[in-house]
Design a protein around this ligand. Structure first.
Ligand code: SF4
Length: 408
């Protein structure tokens, strides 16, 4: 199994943030949340027939290190009851350099965490101010240095974001130089999803300060060029890693997988997610928890699973999920393998989707050599557009209202 714990607290809300966050300085709110998280773990444990083996544990947020080291230790102990963490399990946590202390890092190392993900976004102070974050280069450098001293020798990831207000190619270039000099093992370079109609905190961003679509593309190309020149290999849609990293090895062998936490080499048969808004993926369906603290607490007080909604996959969903995941992870689909696994004729079943790819095919972004559907290296930036051709729900949703951010 793979386990995800949503720890939603942050002292204040960054303007660009798209996560489900509870912004508060009242630490006791987190104590109460933790007691309910324990109740959810106990409830799920009572439904499991045996102690489950876990290959991946992820603490995300919010800011997991908003919790005190003592609280984190209690949470870890509670998880280790009904779940057996595999010896080689990937234990990952998102850390905010502004609030993570040496005591947090010591504890995480002692508990066996082996993946740290640092939110960086950009090192330019103007950009940091525009996104309401104010994180300095020194804070990131100090945390990284401390983590390495403690023994996090690999698996340190930086999250960068392009398309933020006041970002320019020149300023991003300087930031990328600093990133490369720090030498994280992995990088995620995300496109800023500007969706103020969904995220009220983004309304504080001055739209005039956002880069245009063309500038955004340039920002991405700048990152791509600088990181690959520095020896990083591109992974999936938006990640980079050093060539000896297991993500790069899995990419070369065409066995990269993806779940809600990002790219992984440890695909689990089920992903259980705990906490408000968390989404479980039980292979046959998705289940999302309620988003409000009060509703979450009420469900658990009544002894109910705090699930808000779910979706059971039919055969067509499973088939499309397989194809889309292959495109997003490995940039190719083996049509014959799909035909063997799902008992369909690929070209016939996906005739409409393949037609939608005409434009991308003509542009040289998609190729179809001998039984394969492949995204070409110059088409990689448009991999989302390729995947979208296989999404049967998208047309309906787009008709309703602008629900999605741009693909670049
Ligand atoms: S970006 Fe990170 S620190 Fe900022 S509000 Fe979102 S989760 Fe919290």
């Amino acid at each position: 199994m793979s386990l995800y714990f949503h720890l939603p607290f942050c002292e204040r809300r960054c303007r660009f943030c798209g996560c489900h966050v509870v912004a508060t300085k009242r630490r006791e709110v987190a104590d109460e949340y933790l007691s309910y998280l324990f109740a959810e773990i106990d409830l799920i444990a009572s439904l499991l027939t045996h102690r489950r083996r876990v290959v991946q544990l992820h603490w995300g947020g919010g800011t997991p290190t908003y919790l005190s080291p003592e609280a984190m230790e209690q949470l870890f102990a509670r998880i280790s009851g009904p779940f057996r963490l595999d010896e080689g399990a990937e234990l990952a946590v998102e850390v905010d350099p502004r609030v993570t202390t040496r005591a947090h890092l010591d504890l995480l190392a002692r508990l066996g965490f082996n993946r740290l993900s640092l939110g960086v976004q950009d090192f330019d102070p103007k950009v940091q101010e525009a996104i309401g974050r104010g994180q300095t280069h020194e804070q990131t450098r100090e945390l990284l240095t401390a983590a390495r001293q403690i023994g996090f020798s690999e698996g340190i990831n930086f999250d960068l974001v392009y398309g933020l207000p006041l970002q320019s190619v020149d300023s991003f270039r300087v930031a990328l130089d600093k990133v490369v000099a720090l030498g994280p093992d992995r990088l995620a370079v995300y496109s800023f999803a500007y969706v103020p109609w969904i995220r009220a905190n983004q309304r504080k961003i001055d739209e005039n300060e956002l880069p245009t679509a063309e500038q955004k593309l340039e920002l991405y190309f700048t990152a791509y060029e600088q990181l690959t020149n520095a020896g990083y290999e591109p992974i999936g849609m938006d990640h980079f890693s050093m060539p000896d990293d297991e993500l790069a090895q899995a990419t070369r062998e065409g066995r990269l997988a993806r779940n809600f936490m990002g790219y992984t080499v440890k695909p689990a048969s089920a992903a259980l997610a705990f906490g408000i808004s968390a989404i479980s993926d039980l292979a046959s369906g998705y289940f999302q928890n309620v988003k409000k603290l009060s509703t979450y607490y009420r469900a658990l007080d009544e002894g109910r699973l705090p699930i808000d909604r779910g979706y059971l996959l039919d055969r067509d969903d499973e088939l499309r999920r397989y194809v889309i995941t292959e495109i997003m992870c490995n940039f190719r689909v083996d049509k014959r393998r799909v035909e063997e696994r799902f008992g369909v004729d690929f070209d016939d079943y996906f005739a409409l989707s393949l037609k939608k790819l005409d434009e991308l095919r003509e542009a040289g972004f998609v190729e179809e050599p001998d039984g394969l559907l492949r995204v070409s290296s110059k088409g990689r930036l448009f991999v989302r557009n390729v995947a979208m051709a296989f999404d049967r729900y998208l047309d309906e949703k787009l008709k309703q209202r602008p629900m999605f951010s741009r693909t670049v």
